[in-house]
Design a binder for this molecule. Structure first.
Ligand code: NAG
Length: 280
């Protein structure tokens, strides 16, 4: 009896270990940075680092056409001024689509900026920026991009901060026919990133390191012009997910208290009138 139970436990342990340990190796390729990106702890942790000569980056092995991509990030601690940690989905080419999160570092004790943008058919200019309601450098927090045919929703620890609805019927191009990969990078943008470039990177603190775990793509994988979701029933729940009343309220709370820039209220920038999607 005891040994049977032991074997059962061992099998259970092996199954859980396999799914957890394989995840980053299975999903992600380190793409640049010449050893500055590292996959650690048997594939459970990834770090990107930046020094004076280079940053580093990774991308998902798969391309997706719709999905929900979650990842836990712990950002560069201490004096991170000038550093930019990006996390985005993007397709290729001049008329590419892109869903963008960029974390702009700051001097010790001053807040990061979460900069977001959405490109459709090569056109961006849809910036919204936020403060976070926690210190993103002391712990992991989950940053999610939900992308389905109805809307794009960016969430932080499950709280939606931004929604971009499909308004194709009003003439706003919507990303829905170009497969995208997930990307992340850590690089230096001291010329503009921190307080408009007035604060430079303190290279004596290098290398700067951001840490990642729990990459999770619930997504339709796109291979050779075919979606893995094609013909699948039932359709995954995220595919039809919309903001319910509670989520709407939480998003409003974030936007009221933590949004520091919104292109949709930047009348100076759009003297001829705000973009169509802002008028909804
Ligand atoms: C850095 O901190 C300053 C002062 O609190 C703030 O004005 C600025 O927006 C912060 N973020 C960046 C990216 O500079």
């Amino acid at each position: 009896m005891a040994s049977k139970f032991g074997i059962f436990l061992l099998a259970f342990y092996m199954i859980t270990a396999a799914s957890a340990a394989g995840s980053i190796y299975q999903n992600i390729d380190l793409t640049w940075g010449d050893g500055r990106g590292k996959i650690l702890n048997n594939g459970q942790l990834l770090t990107l680092s930046l020094d004076k000569s280079s940053g580093s980056g990774f991308q998902s092995k798969n391309q997706y056409l719709f999905g929900k991509v979650d990842m836990d990030l712990k950002l560069v601690p201490g004096n991170s001024a000038g550093t930019v940690t990006t996390y985005y989905l993007s397709s290729q080419g001049a008329t590419h689509d892109e869903i963008d999160l960029e974390f702009l570092g700051n001097v010790t004790g001053q807040p990061y900026t979460l900069h977001t943008n959405i490109f459709s058919q090569g056109k961006g200019g849809r910036e919204q920026q936020f403060r976070l309601w926690f210190d993103p450098t002391t712990d992991f927090h989950t940053y999610s991009i939900l992308w389905n045919p109805q809307s794009i929703i960016i969430s932080v620890d499950g709280t939606p901060v931004r929604e971009f609805k499909n308004m194709q019927t009003a003439g706003v191009p919507y990303p829905n026919n170009q497969p995208m990969r997930a990307y992340s990078s850590l690089w230096d943008a001291e010329d503009w990133a921190t307080q408009g470039g007035r604060v430079k990177t303190d290279w004596s603190k290098a290398p700067f390191t951001a840490t990642y775990r729990n990459y999770n793509a619930n997504a339709c994988v796109w291979t050779n012009g075919q979606s893995s979701c094609h013909g699948s029933t039932p359709v995954a729940s995220w595919m039809n997910q919309q903001l319910d009343a509670t989520s709407q309220k939480r998003m409003q709370w974030v936007q009221k208290n933590y949004m520091i820039y919104n292109y949709c209220t930047d009348f100076q920038r759009f003297p001829q009138g705000l973009p169509v999607e802002c008028k909804a």
